[in-house]
Ligand binder design. Structure first.
Ligand code: OAD
Length: 215
């Protein structure tokens, strides 16, 4: 791997074994509500308190969680590969807490600990403490919202830009390894499909690469 260029794409599944529910799994429901309907501009306009309650609970769950073996395996690849980038859809901080260097990752859907104004550019980081009320902007007094990307009505589970990155990465004879217990729209493009939970499969995959001298 001293010569290897690695792009890792992750989603909610990588944090599942740390106890963070995925969006579309059964355990993702909260107070019987579908997260794909809660994480929307429409839900926030209708009931900002409800949306904040849900995010605050998720923040607390993330604070109490620990990175798992999958986050750790990915951080290990990052240390050894010649070039490395993680593109994560996750808004939790578990990759960072597994000691993956900040400059080696991009959180394309935002950071759950950021609270930002729904009108102006003002934002604050709420890494530690949680308030109860709906925050107001110190700058313009508008409602503040979590600093994450929300669902737009009609999106599908897999975003086009994610598929595009994965395909580009393996276009020039590269390997595309998919780790997911279930079939996804990306599966048919993968050169290797691993139908196991991430925390079980990834340490082995990274060890194989290391033993092959690829890493
Ligand atoms: P989803 O909840 O849509 O999908 C989770 C995926 O992880 C599924 O394909 C599962 O099969 C897989 N999975 C579950 N447990 C796993 C495990 N232990 N190991 C490996 N894979 C496992 O979550 P995402 O794909 O992350 O964005 O969803 C992408 C985006 O949907 C999120 O970032 C969010 C939402 O739109 C926004 O909020 C804009």
């Amino acid at each position: 791997m001293p010569d290897m260029r690695v792009l890792v794409l992750t989603g909610a599944g990588v944090s599942a074994e740390s106890g963070i529910p995925t969006f579309r799994g059964k355990d993702g429901y909260w107070r019987n509500l579908d997260p794909t309907k809660l994480a929307t501009p429409e839900a926030f306009a209708r009931d900002p308190q409800l949306v904040w309650d849900w995010y605050r609970e998720r923040r607390q769950r993330i604070r109490n969680a620990r990175p798992n073996a999958a986050h750790e395996a990915i951080a290990k690849v990052a240390q050894h590969a010649r070039e490395f980038l993680l593109v994560t859809q996750n808004v939790d901080d578990l990759h960072a807490r597994a000691e993956l260097a900040k400059e080696k990752m991009v959180q394309i859907h935002g950071d759950i600990f950021v609270t930002r104004c729904s009108r102006c550019d003002f934002s604050v980081l709420e890494r530690d403490e949680e308030r109860q009320e709906i925050p107001r902007c110190a700058n313009c007094a508008a409602l503040m919202r979590p600093g994450v990307v929300w669902f737009v009505v009609g999106t599908t589970a897999t975003f086009g830009y994610i598929i595009d990155w994965a395909l580009r990465a393996n276009r020039n004879g590269g390997e595309l390894i998919e780790v997911n217990p279930e079939e996804t729209p990306l599966s048919r493009f993968a050169t290797r499909r691993v139908r196991e939970p991430a925390a079980i499969a990834l340490p082995g995959i990274v060890n194989d690469l290391t033993n092959r001298g690829a890493l």
